[in-house]
Design a protein around this ligand. Structure first.
Ligand code: AMP
Ligand code: GLY
Length: 433
């Protein structure tokens, strides 16, 4: 898409966040053309081992220290991974100080941070999404539910770390979910959205945008449930694959035209200069794609799955988004391969987890296999131990999904920690066995 002189590559990049997604971003940015050094704050037990990456012990919430790190390391591009620091205004703060940041300001992050706000924007933009009823009190919510007289999806407003949604099977269950939101940690100030239930496979689409223009990544499919056969409670995501054949080139174009472009326009109409990722969580219904949710960041584990497919132009493209000049970025090349990601979780996940178990083994070097640490930390004695629900992400690429998953599962066998839990059927939608 280059029409003007191409943009220079950033040489010094900071990635903010400490999950598998951020390690994958740091790894991909370090491989990008022109990048000499990547810092990651705070990173996790695996970050220091990423070649060309230096870990900074700064929490993602410490805006003062992150700003100071940008100054002292002369950072040319900051990529913010998680939603919480974006919603808290980290991108605004760093931009005000003159740094180029990939990630929206607090205004744009409302796309994820407030379901009511996002739904209103979708309606305004004519974006296909399930019918909804916002409510700001228990009484209002219960009345809306009774008026509909059928089980609805109940979504708490605000960042809920993937735990704010109940797809109710009965009116009783929907009522209970409403009561829980107004009695729970959001208290009487809580608000929610009731939503019509829709049916169909889910797919994640990511648009990298500079506020005006956008580049789409290949669609990815996540696996939200903990159990094989897509059963059991929801998780942050137990594995993914890309490109998801559910959306072919024409389908992706339809999503661009019906969902992403109108959303970006509606953001602009509100005076929001959105520079970062728009993550559309879509359901492919009989009537076409319908937005389940928007997020203001990359998906995890979709990001780990996608990064190995992206070309060395990535850092330039993200810098171009951050500075509002996507027309000056080189085209982002995408390897014509299948990418497969399997998450190794801690025993007990997504409930109470076991942690502190040493991560053992190592994956044999293979340019088409990546092991990204997620919930791990390094102890004072140098040992790397599990410290979160999703512990490791194993990713592999090949010419077919069968071969990619075979590689990923083969690599997974080379690492171990006590209580390791993973699904053996990730990618069942695209595998022949
Ligand atoms: P979210 O936290 O918004 O990603 O929602 C969690 C999960 O709830 C989604 O991945 C869907 O499987 C399901 N879900 C959300 N909204 C709806 C809906 N309107 N109809 C059916 N399922 C939904
Ligand atoms: N993989 C789902 C998410 O990142 O929200």
């Amino acid at each position: 898409m280059s029409s003007a002189a191409p943009l220079a590559s950033p040489t010094r990049v900071l990635v903010v966040g400490g999950g598998g997604r951020e390690n994958a971003l740091a790894w991909a940015l370090r491989r990008s053309q022109g990048v000499e050094q990547v810092w990651i704050a705070p990173g996790n037990g695996g970050s220091a081992e990423l070649e060309g990456c230096e870990q900074l012990a700064i929490p993602e919430s410490d805006q003062d220290a992150l700003l100071e790190a940008c100054r002292s390391h002369a950072i040319e591009l900051v990529v913010v991974g998680p939603e919480a620091p974006l919603a808290a205004g980290l991108a605004d703060r760093l931009r005000q100080a003159g740094f180029a940041v990939f990630g929206p300001g607090a205004d744009g992050a409302q796309l994820e941070a407030s379901k009511q706000w996002a739904k209103a924007l979708m309606v305004e933009a004519g974006v296909p999404t399930a019918g909804h009823w916002p409510a700001n009190s228990r009484e209002q919510a219960l009345a809306a539910l009774e008026a509909q007289g059928k089980p609805l999806v109940v979504k708490a407003d605000g960042l809920a770390a993937g735990k704010g949604v109940t797809v109710a099977e009965s009116l009783e269950e929907a009522r209970a979910a409403i009561e829980e939101i107004f009695a729970g940690r959001f208290g009487a100030e809580a608000s929610l959205v009731l939503e019509e239930r829709t049916e169909g496979p889910e797919v994640s689409v990511f648009a990298l945008t500079d506020g005006e223009r956008m580049v789409l990544l290949p669609p990815a499919q996540d696996h939200k449930r903990i159990g094989e056969g897509d059963t059991g409670p929801n998780t942050g995501g137990m594995g993914a694959y890309a490109p998801a054949p559910l959306l072919d080139a024409a389908g992706l174009e339809q999503v661009r035209q019906q969902v992403l472009e109108p959303t970006l326009q509606a953001l602009r109409a509100r005076g929001i200069d959105y520079r970062g990722v728009i993550y559309a969580g879509l359901m492919l219904t009989a009537d076409g794609p319908s937005v389940i949710e928007f997020n203001c960041r990359f998906g995890d584990p979709e990001c780990e799955t996608l990064m190995p497919l992206l070309g060395p132009e990535l850092a330039q493209v993200l810098l171009a988004c951050a500075t509002g000049q996507l027309q000056r970025a080189p085209a982002l090349s995408i390897a014509p391969l299948c990418s497969a990601c399997v998450i190794a979780a801690a025993q007990g996940y997504p409930g109470t987890i076991r942690s502190g178990d040493p991560i053992e083994g190592a994956v044999s070097p293979d340019p088409q296999v990546q092991l990204f640490h997620a919930g791990t930390r390094r102890q004072a004695d140098g040992r790397c131990v599990s410290s979160g629900g999703r512990v490791l992400a194993v990713v592999a690429q090949a010419e077919s999904f069968d071969a990619a998953f075979e590689r990923a599962y083969g690599a997974l066998e080379q690492v171990h920690f006590e209580g390791i839990t993973f699904r053996r059927d990730i990618g069942h939608q695209v595998r022949s066995h």
